[in-house]
Design a protein around this ligand. Structure first.
Ligand SMILES: [Zn+2]
Length: 245
């Protein structure tokens, strides 16, 4: 039996032939429970319903949450417009995240609301899932930058936050450097209040490890602010080398 996956029955009018029909629309797909629906999503057929008369596909008009219990990210949220969902869509997203949090007992579900990298436009859902599970669900550089660019344009107030997040998520100093060249704001004092907030958040949760990571990353960025990113990388590598000797 399905514990997490969830659908609603909705009424549609086919814009092509005018037929009125009822169809199941999936709002939550746990890919372990419903592997066939993952395939359907990859084919672009999860987010819409087929008219029984003429086969025309009608948009489901609802956000879709894909749940990957054993993967990273665990949640991919597909909405009409990724960076600017309507109030109605936002409410629906909250509703399904809540529902999944309850059914899966997965405490972290709601945190995906604040992870821009876990959101995708419905029209791009199939592309994002392409190659899965052989290929990772994590966005590659190009997607990360595209995402940052959109946020800078549409949601400038969370741009810096997202840039820091992309910086922290990037693997290795070279990739982190790419994020810095995309968002030079990372080398300004603007990041300080955000890092302070991250650190006190980790403190409140008693997460010493996370706190240490934030502090180290922040120190590094502050050093890069003084002497430039590349020079800070060279300094860091030199120090590392000396420690090894
Ligand atoms: Zn039709």
């Amino acid at each position: 039996m399905n514990k997490n996956s969830y659908f609603e029955r909705k009424e549609f009018t086919c814009p092509s032939c005018g037929t009125l029909f009822l169809s199941k629309i999936w709002l939550i797909v746990d890919v372990e429970e419903e592997p066939d629906l993952l395939e359907k999503a990859k084919d672009g057929k999860l987010i819409n319903a087929a008219c029984p008369e003429c086969g025309h596909r009608v948009d489901g008009e609802t956000p879709v949450l894909m749940y990957f219990p054993e993967d990273v990210p665990r949640v991919i949220l597909a909405t009409e417009s990724k960076n600017d969902p309507s109030l109605e869509e936002r409410a629906k997203v909250l509703e399904i995240l809540d529902r999944l949090q309850e059914s899966s007992e997965d405490e972290d579900i709601l945190s995906h609301l604040d992870e821009p990298g876990d959101w995708v436009e419905k029209a791009s859902l199939a592309d994002r899932l392409e190659g899965y599970p052989e290929e990772s669900l994590v966005m590659d550089d190009q997607e990360t930058f595209e995402n940052l660019r959109n946020i800078q344009k549409e949601n400038p107030e969370i741009f810096l936050f997202t840039a820091i997040e992309a910086y922290l998520n990037a693997e290795g100093l070279e990739n982190k450097g790419k994020v810095v060249s995309f968002a030079p704001e990372l080398l300004t004092e603007d990041i300080d209040p955000l890092f302070e907030r991250f650190i006190s958040g980790a403190e409140e949760e008693g997460d010493e490890w996370q706190k240490m990571i934030y502090r180290a990353q922040w120190d590094f960025l502050k050093r890069a602010r003084e002497i430039g990113y590349q020079a800070a990388v060279e300094e860091y590598e030199r120090d590392l080398y000396q420690e090894e000797e």
